[in-house]
Design a binder for this molecule. Sequence first.
Ligand SMILES: NC(=O)c1ccc[n+]([C@@H]2O[C@H](COP(=O)([O-])OP(=O)(O)OC[C@H]3O[C@@H](n4cnc5c(N)ncnc54)[C@H](OP(=O)(O)O)[C@@H]3O)[C@@H](O)[C@H]2O)c1
Length: 313
Amino acid sequence: MNMAEKKYILYLLDADKWASPFDINVAYDAGFDVVIPYGSVTAETIRTLVEDAMFSRGLDGAQRTKIFLNGSDLNVVRDMLKTARKSMVTPFDLSIFVDPRGGYTTGSAMVAQVEAYLNKIGKTSFEGLKVVVFGGTGPVGQVVSVLCAQNGAEVVLLSRRQEKAERIAGELKELYKVDLIPKANGDDPQRVETCKDADIIFTCGTAGIQLVSLNVLKQLPKNKILADVNAVPPLGIEGINVNKKNKEHPEVPGLYYHGALSVGSVKLKVEKKGLKALMTAEGKKTFDFVDFFDTARKVYAKKKAKKAEKQKA
Ligand SMILES: NC(=O)c1ccc[n+]([C@@H]2O[C@H](COP(=O)([O-])OP(=O)(O)OC[C@H]3O[C@@H](n4cnc5c(N)ncnc54)[C@H](OP(=O)(O)O)[C@@H]3O)[C@@H](O)[C@H]2O)c1
């Protein structure tokens, strides 16, 4: 290494108490020389952190100094992002990577995986499809809901509480101009009612919580796609294999599922590629789920091309 060259430094600023070891590892694997984690960062304290990171290394140093924003509460992370961007002084701007609790990369990868499956079964996009998102209020569920709506689906965003579903759908409408239908999960008969005319059911609930039981699945008409992001038993959807994708449900023929871990390697690829792009990004460039979805789509397109090539050979 040329000793005159400045190191690539990533400040991992987390609103939660501890910065995630997962993201620290991926950042090193992506090529950062140094990753510095801060926990319990707020929209107020982030200003000083950004200013000190920005002004201390000269222009060439600022170009190699990057920010990763994390935290379980998306509103806190959004406020941190706003303050961080406002605190920057051109030309010392720092590029920013936003992936709260892995939700942006995971949600993007899962939606891209389901889209690739739609293509495989002859549907060109989400246009005109009905999508139901259990756990639609969490980081993953919000991203899944917004991406599906932005790509033409009618989306029902579910929560245990109607008011919470309405609040989150309202926030997402203001931020991303998407119309989501807020609804409470309800009991099994209500879940059947919500899901019966859905084309795709995503379960994005917290780890270890089942949201769609066999009882519900057995009462649904055939030809639906199920996608779960909860890898901790009990899984979000009863009776599926966490590692499999594009598989028919073993107990309910006609329903095809994607297990939570089937998306893991693509999520990781998307995060690593994003962090590599962050290293060389210019100015205040902010990477979020729009970028990650684009990357995930490219990963699936490449997989498809590779498979076609193999079949030709
Ligand atoms: N494979 C990966 O790389 C990866 C990465 C990140 C996350 N994940 C997984 O993706 C899932 C979603 O992550 P997240 O961070 O978005 O989740 P989260 O914020 O922990 O939870 C999502 C939603 O689940 C609902 N929920 C919480 N407790 C519940 C309960 N007892 N019963 C029913 N619903 C409950 C809540 O919605 P309401 O309060 O509105 O009902 C909450 O907003 C998790 O299972 C997580 O482990 C996987």
